[in-house]
Design a protein around this ligand. Sequence first.
Ligand code: HEM
Length: 580
Amino acid sequence: MNLKELDPKYHAQQHLLTELSSMHPKTSDLHALVFKFSPNTVSDFIIYIFEKRKMSAEKRRCSLTMQLRFDSQFFMSVVFLSFVGLLCFLYTSFVEKPNRLRSKLMKQGISGPPSTILLGNILELQKARSATSKSSSSSQVPSSHNCAALLLPLFDKWRNEYGQVFMFSLGTIQILCVNQPDIVREVTVCTSLDLGKPVYQLKQLGPLVGRGILTSNGTKWVHQRKIIAPELYMEKVKGMMNIISESAASVVNLWSNRIEAEGGVADIKIDECMRNFSGNVISRACFGSNYTKSEEIFLRFVALQELLSWKNMSRFIPGMSYLPTKTNREISTLEKEVKEMILQVVKERRETTFEKDLLQIILENVKDSELSKEAIDDFIVDNCKNIYLAGYETTAVSATWCLMLLAANPDWQDRVRAEVTEICRSGIPDFSMLGKMKQLGMVINETLRLYPPVTAVSREALKDMKFGNLDVPKGFNLWIMVVSLHTNPDIWGDDAYKFNPERFANGTTGCCKLPHVYMPFGVGPRVCLGQNLAIVELKMIIALILSKFTFSLSPHYVHSPTLRLLIEPQHGVNILVKKL
Ligand code: HEM
């Protein structure tokens, strides 16, 4: 035993130390110090330690209060600064930037209707839209087809008031409406990547088109176009002839059966038939599946188009598309369903071997990609969506308008039928036969002039740009009003609103004073990739129908063009069909 342990003082010190240690972790460090105190001084020591602790606790409490006071001041400053920052951001985005952009154009003499903060000219457009939808129905087909005045009367009014080039706004989106042919030419010949598709379209139409070829810009667009374009060259379209003729023949068979069942004349609503036809061609030619399989996808596209159309203009108000409204929830559900369905088509495709069609080319392109699975899925889904969408409604609605015009113009119906019969007897036309059908080509061109499915070709200046004398600041959008340019009497003559396919007797080059304004398939580097396919499809379905049937407008037809995403017949087109 240690001598120290015999000393009672030692035990008192040890006891004290144990107590202190449990109270203050650092006390054990003072072990040596304690030994320097006599038992009498131990109590002084305790008092000293406790006093010291009390003081430091007091000090800590003070510094904590100060800290808290400082923290809450700091927090309040952060909140205040964030609020000021937010206000600045909102002011810059919704007031300063639009005004700055507009003033750059005002300085060049461009004007337009006054626009309000946040809404721009949405309210006026919405009001004009509801007025036209009430007044646009007429039971008979008019002899004059002025879609621009019927569907976009406000644009006509603005053009008269502010000139051929004017500006307006959709929410905070600034748009320059271009009707002046020389500026249109400048835009059409511009090949710069700085002139791209409007960024707002990606936000507004995102659920429908995603980031596929229709909305992308820059090198991403170049990459997508390089993949898709060769699959729609004329040589490839030739290879689709069997699919196109089989799809057209199934429409003809369906009509024949109905005519027989209905005692020689059938009153047919043709819109759905034309959709089946173009849907079948796209599904089989590009995706290796038939229309029945893809029908669910197409039906959802139609629903999405309706929800995202001009009818729902409030989506242009900043922030509206993020609110959990009923429409927004429906849009998001449809978007998810379309994605799942397309991925299912892709999954089935991966499990089997197929011919090299467009889907296969897209899949092969991403096979060795270093992108994440999510990014690869999006690339595939978005581009498939774009092809389904671009090639489906546009062709179907053009075929519908074309049949409506032929039904309303029996002289042209007879003329084209005579040509078709002469070229292919009553057989199914092949590729070279379709090429010889000049009169039919003229009728299709005239249909696309009067009822261009796409009303405006849109672009955004992604950098400051110049078109002729016009300086367009970065961020401004350009709309070339196809439907107005196609029916401008100064360009097309006095019969601009009349159905006169004769004007295309020398093709599109000699169709009017300024042929470059004829652009149903768009312009420049972003011109429609599917126009060869579309023209062949249209020629095939019309030729086959003309060679088997004669038709006129049904008394049920109400002429009422309407603008959803495309120019469509609001109540569909009914025709009375008889076998020849
Ligand atoms: C009558 C039928 C059609 C019409 C009127 C039409 C019209 C148009 C228009 C106006 C554009 C925009 C051009 C621009 O911004 O300058 C476009 C783009 C496009 N169309 Fe068509 N289209 C039709 C059929 C088709 C078909 C059948 C397909 C494919 C299967 C297709 C694929 C595309 C693609 C991929 C683009 C995007 C091109 C790009 O941005 O690089 N279209 N179409």
